[in-house]
Structure formats: structure tokens, C-alpha cells
Design a protein around this ligand. Sequence first.
Ligand SMILES: *Cc1c(COP(=O)(O)O)cnc(C)c1O
Length: 220
Amino acid sequence: MGNPESAYRGIVGRIAAAAERRPEPAGEVRLVAVSKRQPVEAIRALAELGQRDFGENYLQEALDKQPELADLPLIWHFIGPIQSNKTRAIAAHFDWVHSVDRVKIARRLGEQRDPSLPPLKVLIQVNVDGEESKSGADPTDVPAIAAACAESPALELRGLMCIPRPGNTTAFEQLAALNRSLPEPLPDLSMGMSGDFEAAIAVGATIVRVGTALFGPRDS
Ligand SMILES: *Cc1c(COP(=O)(O)O)cnc(C)c1O
């Protein structure tokens, strides 16, 4: 991508405009810049423009990149599938985890998060559209996972997350409806990527995860 600054300013502006078009003012939308398979120089360039939140999908890649960026006040979001043998490192090296999809993962993160750190902010990833290729909890499992998060003082349950198949923007409404149906609706909905973040914001996203629209195509 030619100019990271104009791409960044463009996305930030579109997010703010989409948030303003909402019928009820619902606060600011947090942009998570998805930096998987992007070099540290690209992350640094965006950080210099003021971006703070970065999302990574692959643990080892993130652990390789984070030390090179340790001089910057970045907020790290883990957004990829979680194997249970990776929870200890995720709990140690991230501020947010968007992809908690089973009770066992919630329990392990809660046990392994250093209690002297701020609580790990977690979202429950929900498979709202029955997408076979993606992970995520069945909507009926959300109360049990939420209860497991509530049991741990080292976790702060923030909300729900989804990765619907491309074009299925009704999944965003389904996630918002699922949240409203909980006994205590959660403050955050992490939904919307490069191609559909405005549709997600229109129905209540508070966090959007944008990669290629910010950074250009990923290294393969
Ligand atoms: C890669 C990824 C994104 C960003 O996708 P883009 O289409 O590049 O914006 C967002 N969320 C998750 C979970 C991802 O894996």
C-alpha cells in the first residue's frame, strides 16, 4: 500500500462517520489493527500515527515481534484460534483475548494470568452463522463460558466476538441480539473486518478488527 498515513486516516475517518450515523450515540469504536503477517516496521509506522491496539492471530509470530516493539505503549489483542497448550503464553503476553470459545480455555487463562497484572480482558467468540471452517462457541454455550470467566478475578469479561463468513452481515445483528438476550448484556461487541466494518458498527460493534484495509495485502 502506497501511503500508510492516508490509509490510516481514511479508516479512522470511516469508523467515526459510521459511529455517528448510529441512531443512538453509543460511544467510540475501538480500532484493532490486525498485524498478522505484517512486519514490525509496518506496526511501528502505524504506532507513530497514534494507533495503539494491534491484533495478532499466531502466538509464535506475535512473541517474535513484540520484543522489537517493546519501546512503544501498545495494547495487544490475541484474535486467533487458541490451543490449550498456548494459554499460558497468551495470558502473559496479551492485554485482550477475543477468541475464548470453551470453558476450558477460560479456566486456564484465568488460572495462568499473573494476578499482579491488570485483569486479562476477554471476549467469547461465538459461531453465529454455523460457519464450518471457523471456530467459535455455539450460542447456547455462551452462559457457561461467561460463568467460567466470572469465576476468575484475573479475567474481565468484556463481550462477544464473531467472524461470520464474508457477506453475512446479518450475523452482526445476531451477535448483538444474543448479547441483548443475556441476563447482563456485555459492554463490547468485536465484529467487522476490512470489508464490512461499517455494517458491523451500524448494528452495535464497539471494536472492529481491520487488517488489509490498513496495511495492504499480507506477506504469505
Ligand atoms: C485476519 C483477521 C482480521 C482482519 O481481516 P482483514 O480482512 O484483513 O481486515 C480480523 N479478524 C480476524 C479474527 C482475523 O483473523
